[in-house]
Design a binder for this molecule. Structure first.
Ligand code: PLP
Length: 360
């Protein structure tokens, strides 16, 4: 499994050197009912922790990534009962953190989760984990230059732990987890050559669950979509609605270019209001590139002159193939390049001497 250069370390198999302590929990079963015993070991036996280079903060406590733990009774783990954001740095400054925190608040409101921290506290704590994670990892020669030495921070707020049961009233208090890891964006070659995208869902297929406008932990549909895309060698999955129109990517927004104008599905079709999407719409306005926000049938995307994806980690990524069909000449097009160049200017990063060109 590609874990962004990480790997799974299994600390299983070796007998524990320290004795396992068996306790009888208060669950009404007899002490001989072993299914009801808690096995407590100081040696993390059977906990599978990925070796990830990063820094984590749990409810404000900063720990190395490998030591981060949350309860198995946490509703984020059990039910995906959580909201999250992914922010990134340019020259280690956070890009559009205010917009991400506003969307976090909106997502939380949409699932009736009250955030335990103010926006100011989130702002402070996110900066703290970025600062704590400054130890750069080994440079990746294939990385796009503007990603070198940068980090991304996943902000996760779950409804918290509580007794088992779907009732959100069982949660005691929200858990806040911040995960700062070295940024792993698409390699430079992906921007130069473009990537493939694979359609998923559509008429008669199972529908995604939840509220697409809220960025929640409910992600199984997206996970299966990406699984399918990867199985076909594609970088991203395109989520189709019941009418066969492309709504968004599994973790991106989608744009087509036709006759020099941008086409992208409106928020009303049920998509996430991407921060990068908003920046790109603003750039298009400034460059005088017309934008048509309207439903995007799959056939409409396939017949476009160009296509691209937007997301915090990808920026503006050219799509040159959808399913089995090439888009235009199957190479990144001039409008996509122009928008990405303007995005690069807007985002900064990569301007430091010896670090990176500002564009692809
Ligand atoms: N759509 C979905 C479903 C996403 O998960 C994401 C980002 O992860 C996006 C769009 C792009 O949003 P942003 O540009 O804010 O990263």
């Amino acid at each position: 499994m590609d874990l962004h250069n990480g790997h799974w370390s299994h600390r299983v198999g070796e007998p524990a050197s320290d004795p396992l302590v068996t306790r009888t929990p208060h669950c009404g079963h007899s002490a001989s009912d072993s299914t009801c015993h808690l096995l407590v070991s100081s040696s993390d036996l059977e906990v599978k922790i990925p070796t990830v280079n990063g820094i984590v903060s749990i409810d404000g406590m900063v720990v190395p990534a490998g030591e981060a733990r949350v309860s198995v009774f946490d509703r984020g783990f059990l039910y995906g009962d959580s909201v999250y954001e992914v922010v990134r740095t340019y020259d280690l400054a956070l890009f559009e953190l205010g917009l991400h925190l506003a969307r976090l608040a909106s997502s939380a409101e949409r699932i009736a989760l009250s955030l335990p921290w103010t926006a100011d506290r989130f702002d402070r704590e996110v900066r703290r984990v970025v600062e704590a994670s400054r130890e750069a990892d080994a440079p990746d020669p294939a990385a796009a230059p503007w990603n070198l030495g940068e980090c991304s921070v996943r902000i996760v707020v779950t409804r918290g732990s509580g007794e088992l049961g779907l009732d959100p009233g069982l949660a005691v208090e929200p858990t806040v987890v911040l995960i700062a890891v070295p940024l792993r964006g698409p390699p430079l070659a992906a921007y130069r050559e473009g990537v493939a995208a694979w359609p998923f869902g559509g008429p008669g297929a199972p529908r995604r669950g939840g509220d697409p406008a809220a960025k929640t932990g409910e992600h199984l549909f997206h996970v299966l979509a990406v699984r399918e895309a990867r199985a076909h060698g594609a970088q991203e999955a395109l989520l189709l609605d019941g009418a066969g129109s492309v709504t968004e990517g599994a973790s991106s927004n989608v744009f087509a270019v036709r006759g020099g104008a941008l086409e992208t599905p409106p928020l009303g079709v049920g998509i996430l209001a991407g921060v990068t999407r908003a920046v790109v719409l603003d750039i298009a306005g400034r460059l005088g590139i017309p934008v048509r926000e309207r439903p995007l049938p799959l056939a409409g995307l396939e017949s476009a002159d160009e296509a691209f994806l937007t997301s915090t980690v990808r920026e503006v990524l050219p799509v040159v193939r959808v399913g089995d069909r090439p888009i235009g000449p199957a190479a990144p097009g001039p409008v996509t390049r122009r928008i990405h160049a303007a995005f690069r200017e807007a985002a900064g990063g990569g301007h430091k001497p010896g670090k990176a060109p500002a564009s692809v």
